[in-house]
Design a protein around this ligand. Sequence first.
Ligand code: PAF
Length: 281
Amino acid sequence: MVPVVRASRDFRRACQEARVDGPLALVPTMGFLHDGHGSLIRAGRNLAPTVAVTIFVNPTQFAPNEDLSRYPRDLEGDLRRCEEAGASFVFAPGSPSEIYAPGFQTFVEPGPLAAPLCGGRRPGHFRGVCTVVAKLFALSRADVALFGEKDYQQFLIIRRMAADLDLGTEVIGRPIVREPDGLARSSRNAYLSPEERPRATALWKSILSVRERFRSGERDPAALEALARDTLARAGLRVDYAELRDPNELQPVASPDPSTRLFLAAFLGKTRLIDNAALGE
Ligand code: PAF
């Protein structure tokens, strides 16, 4: 079975030793791993002889009303998946104090990239994400780190943070892995009931219908966003946002082009699902 370290100092030492053999790739996760994480680990293997995976449900990125206490966990299953995908070792902190020692008080505050979309709906979320990822980069001094583009805004914010703070880790985004019916793989899909699961494809259907309308020549962002919202609402989802944004700075666009991304967030029952895609993919 893949080796597991539970203490920060052991993780630091394992990474230090691994870097003697060449570049180190890091795959930070919150566990309950799925094929999306598997593809990140495999991509890491193509870039570096050592791939370290971290599994930590980071409390500072959850608001008090969010799902921290019920976030799905399955360390044994995760270790199996890490092994299958070719991870070299796993850091699964034995307790949150391995990351947030008593007296911890320093946070990383992201800039304007964190203002729209999920940043606007989940105040403080990206501050928590940046802080834990900065710590993981500092502990590991990884050469590259891989993140899934399902959390596209998170990927941009982390890449910006690594550049702004000269963290020395190259941040790489990898394509979304989808279920056969188009639903983006996510640990939170485990919350969906058997009745809700088929309706969750509304996000993918929304992306497909907006792409189709864009291909037919529609260039009015408001019309395309309205179509996205309608597709979600017709399937009974409560829309959180459906917005077209440029893929680099996440600014609204006056005239969408093929690189413009559609960003979606919607509630199905209590489960909040997100997805995104370029119009021209
Ligand atoms: O995407 C996630 O799973 C988390 O936000 C991350 C990057 C591991 C930080 O806790």
